[in-house]
Design a protein around this ligand. Sequence first.
Ligand SMILES: [Zn+2]
Length: 253
Amino acid sequence: MELLIEIFIFIIGCCLGSFYACMGYRIPNKINTIKPSSFCPNCKKPLKWYMNIPLFSYIFLKGKCHYCKEKIGISYFLIELFTGLSFLISYILYGFTINFFILIILFSILSVTLISDIKYYYISDRVIIISVIAMYIIHFIFEKENFDILRYTITALLMFLIMFLIKILGDKIFKKESLGGGDIKLMSIVGLTFGDILMSFVSLFISSVLALIISLILNKNKDNIIPFGPFILIGTIIVYIYYVIYGINFLIL
Ligand SMILES: [Zn+2]
């Protein structure tokens, strides 16, 4: 039975991943996310349902459009697989608990952002707003009257404000845009994840260290902009998993 649930969660993750990848491409390009249904970006022909099955279609079509044989980017396949696996791992770690749902919200934003921020330097307001609402709903459902809505809201607003100040400072120091608006808004999600200023700062710190390491590895010419959004989410996910396992004590470990 447990195995069946795990397979089911993996499949749900892959299907949502397919939708997230689609959002990641469509929102920055101002294409409606529901209609039109999937089409080939090259020949614009609409795809039949069997050309649209997560993971499988890419393999069966050998990564090419059925009609015009144009290559389909592997990013769809990778995001589907990534979302499926991340949902499965979250379930194996925590079962159907609040931790599972918070993790899959974070992984979902990451899946969309991996496409939209890396390809277009764009983090969608719609994705942020839906995630904020989802965070509140999950806390409400699982913590009921123990949900300290004021503390979570203040943490989210404070993190947003602090990130905004960091941006103003950064813009002055580096004399160019240091942080995007999306990165600032993302920090409110971090605040809503923990409801705790200290943990949110730890996440921001880990995210910055990760971004710094990766930019040092990748950055051959200095003008390269590294999208920060995915790092914020990866840092937050890492800190959240540690935080759930070890509590606040993990800072001393
Ligand atoms: Zn085509």
